[in-house]
Design a protein around this ligand. Structure first.
Ligand SMILES: Nc1nc2c(ncn2[C@@H]2O[C@H](COP(=O)(O)OP(=O)(O)OP(=O)(O)O)[C@@H](O)[C@H]2O)c(=O)[nH]1
Ligand SMILES: [Mg+2]
Length: 341
């Protein structure tokens, strides 16, 4: 068993190796590792927590997330900020090449002494990895980083959604012509704070600028006034290749977080993130208890054959029985909650 008190104090002192070891513990599915991880988080909370700005950088594969994180990260580091970079994939198992891609595409940042880069773990089950990402972000904050940049391939389901634990959501899109404003249609823009039309260089430059104006007018239509600072969600053109638009992204992140702090929204947002963390943990615990319960498993075995015998697997009688079971469980659960705080 690792010495979690020592690990916590090394981590808080900014020791990279301690941070890596702590992340490995948190991401492990081994029971004893999970116990140590819980102990470690407890130590860190007792020591007094620190907060970083959590920035999610999202977009389809190949849009240029890693490249822009490298460029933005270096700029932040040169401004005296400390940057941690994480990769989280909420939607699917990452392709084999991506880890190598991250390392080579974040070459400048990887060699910067003040920064920390953690690619997403390989062969980790979908749920486990995305669930524990919250803890990984927390560990980076406690190690003293003031910016945590989270690379992610998209907006997942609510359970695994990175927007549930990031403060600023940057959505990257490629230049597109005509009516290809995918993000607006799918409602992704609703969670985006900053929309970056990337690769605004060379032959793609004109089309990128046209895409920017299309998004700007689409967003004006979709955004209720008074829901945020003036000019947000912001649409920007950028090119990591030509080093353009990057300062505007950094400034927009600072402007937005500054506004939220000044308007009492930062606390509300963090509170909301904590509640989502609790929901997600509670769901996970309930499911593991359900799987471990012999009587529940026996019940499934009992009603299972009936469901197969009927014409459909989605037998409404079975569904009703399951709903009743869940209602009974909820009633007991609600009864067990003490009144007040
Ligand atoms: N023209 C141009 N190409 C770019 C720019 N940024 C990235 N690219 C290229 O786009 C490709 C993908 O870049 P990545 O940064 O790896 O993209 P990603 O979104 O991190 O990709 P995944 O991690 O696989 O989802 C690479 O070949 C980059 O060289 C840019 O600003 N302009
Ligand atoms: Mg990448």
């Amino acid at each position: 068993m690792p010495d979690t008190v020592k690990l916590a104090s090394e981590l808080r002192a900014g020791n990279r190796r301690a941070l890596s070891a702590a992340i490995t513990l948190v991401e492990s599915s081994r029971h004893d590792h999970q116990e140590s991880a819980t102990e470690l988080c407890g130590e860190l909370v007792r020591a007094g927590t620190r907060e970083a700005v959590r920035v999610a950088i999202s977009g389809t594969p190949g849009v240029g997330k890693s490249t822009i994180i490298d460029a933005i990260g270096i700029r932040l580091a040169e401004q005296g900020r400390s940057v941690a970079v994480l990769a989280v994939d909420p939607s699917s198992v990452r392709t084999g090449g991506s880890i190598l891609g991250d390392k080579t595409r974040m070459g400048r940042l990887a060699n910067h002494p003040g920064t920390f880069i953690r690619p997403s773990p390989t062969n980790t089950s979908l749920g486990g990895m995305a669930l524990n990402s919250r803890e990984v972000v927390f560990l980076c904050e406690q190690a003293g980083f003031d910016h945590v940049l989270i690379e992610t391939t998209g907006v997942g389901q609510s359970e695994t959604d990175v927007s549930g634990f990031s403060d600023v959501f940057v959505l990257m899109v490629a230049p597109a012509g005509g009516d290809e404003l995918q993000g607006v249609k799918r409602g992704i823009v609703e969670v985006a704070d900053i929309l970056v039309v990337n690769k605004a260089d060379g032959q793609l430059k004109d089309s990128a600028l046209a895409t920017v104006s299309e998004y700007r007018s689409a967003i004006r239509l979709h955004t209720p006034t008074g829901s945020g600072p003036e000019g947000f969600p912001r649409v920007l053109a950028a090119s990591a290749l030509e080093d353009s638009g990057l300062d505007e992204i950094i400034k927009s992140i600072a402007e937005l977080t500054g506004w939220r702090e000044a308007n009492g929204q930062w606390q509300a947002m963090r509170r909301n993130q904590n509640i989502r963390w609790m929901e997600s943990r509670f769901r996970e615990i309930l499911i593991s208890r359900m799987k471990a319960s012999d009587s529940v498993q026996n019940l499934f075995q009992r009603i299972g054959p009936d469901a197969r015998a009927s014409a459909t697997m989605f037998n409404p009688e079975v569904r009703k029985a399951l709903e009743k079971l869940a209602d009974n469980a909820m009633a007991k659960l609600e009864d067990s909650i003490p009144a007040g705080r």
